[in-house]
Design a protein around this ligand. Structure first.
Ligand code: GAR
Length: 218
C-alpha cells in the first residue's frame, strides 16, 4: 500500500477527510505519519484516535526555515513517504523540503488559484465582490501557492456570506477534492511534468480540473 505523510498546523479537518477516505477504500493508501508544527494542533488528536503515528516538529525549535525543513525531510524519509500532503500546513517551505519531494508534494489552498495566494482568501473574495470562491489542490513548487493546479472546487458566494460561512462551504468541498487528487496521483494518473500537472498524460488547464459541486449557495 502506498504511504502518505500528512502535514498539519491546526484543526485537521482535511486530515480527517484523508483518514475517512482511507477507511472507506476511496483512497487506497496508508497514512504512515502525521506531522504538526504546532504541539497543540487538534489534528494530532485525530491521528491519535485513529492509531496513526504522529509527531510534532515545532518550527520554533529551529533557527532557520531550512533547518526546520531538514528535520521534516528526516522524518518523512524515516517513514518512507510516497506522497506528502500539506493539509492546512501553515509554513512557508524552502527548497530543502521541496526539491527532494518535487512532484510528490501536494497542497490545498482555499481559493480559486491563481486568485488570492496567501492568507484571508475568503474575505478577499468577498471584498472583491466575487460570485464564486473555492479551493485548489496543486503540486507544490518553489513559488508560494504557485505550483500547477490539479483540481479545483468552485462554490457560489451567497448573499450575506461572511468569511466564516463561505469557509464552511468551501471546506466541505476541500474534503472531497483533496483525497481524490491523491488517489489520482497514486493511480499514476496525475503527475508533475516539468512545470505542468498532467492527468492521463494531458496537461491540466491552469484552473485545474474543475470539480462541479452541488453545494447550494446559502
Ligand atoms: C484549509 O481550509 C486549507 O485550505 C487551508 O487551511 C485550512 C486547514 O483546515 N490551507 C491554507 O490556507 C494553506 N495556505 P484543516 O486544518 O481543518 O484541514
Amino acid at each position: 500500500m502506498p504511504r502518505l505523510a500528512i502535514l498539519i498546523s491546526g484543526h485537521g479537518s482535511n486530515l480527517q477527510a484523508f483518514i475517512d477516505a482511507c477507511a472507506s477504500g476511496k483512497l487506497l493508501a496508508n497514512i504512515s505519519l502525521v506531522i504538526s508544527n504546532k504541539p497543540d494542533a487538534a489534528g494530532l488528536q485525530r491521528a491519535a484516535r485513529s492509531g496513526i503515528p504522529h509527531i510534532c516538529i515545532n518550527h520554533k525549535d529551529y533557527a532557520s526555515r531550512e533547518q526546520f525543513d531538514a528535520a521534516l525531510v528526516n522524518a518523512l524519509q524515516a517513514h518512507d513517504a510516497d506522497l506528502v500532503i500539506l493539509a492546512g500546513f501553515m509554513r512557508i517551505l524552502t527548497p530543502v523540503l521541496i526539491e527532494p519531494y518535487l512532484g510528490r508534494l501536494m497542497n490545498i489552498h482555499p481559493s480559486l488559484l491563481p486568485k488570492y495566494p496567501g492568507l484571508r482568501t475568503h474575505q478577499r473574495a468577498l471584498d472583491a465582490g466575487d460570485k464564486e470562491a473555492g479551493a485548489t489542490v496543486h503540486f507544490v513548487t518553489a513559488e508560494l501557492d504557485g505550483g500547477p493546479p490539479i483540481v479545483q472546487a468552485r462554490v457560489p458566494v451567497a448573499q450575506g456570506d461572511t468569511a466564516k460561512s463561505l469557509a464552511e462551504r468551501v471546506t466541505m468541498q476541500e474534503h472531497a477534492i483533496f483525497p481524490l487528487a491523491a488517489q489520482w496521483f497514486l493511480e499514476g494518473r496525475v503527475a508533475l511534468r516539468g512545470t505542468k500537472a498532467t492527468l492521463d498524460g494531458a496537461v491540466i488547464p491552469a484552473t485545474g480540473i474543475v470539480a462541479e459541486t452541488d453545494c447550494p449557495a446559502g
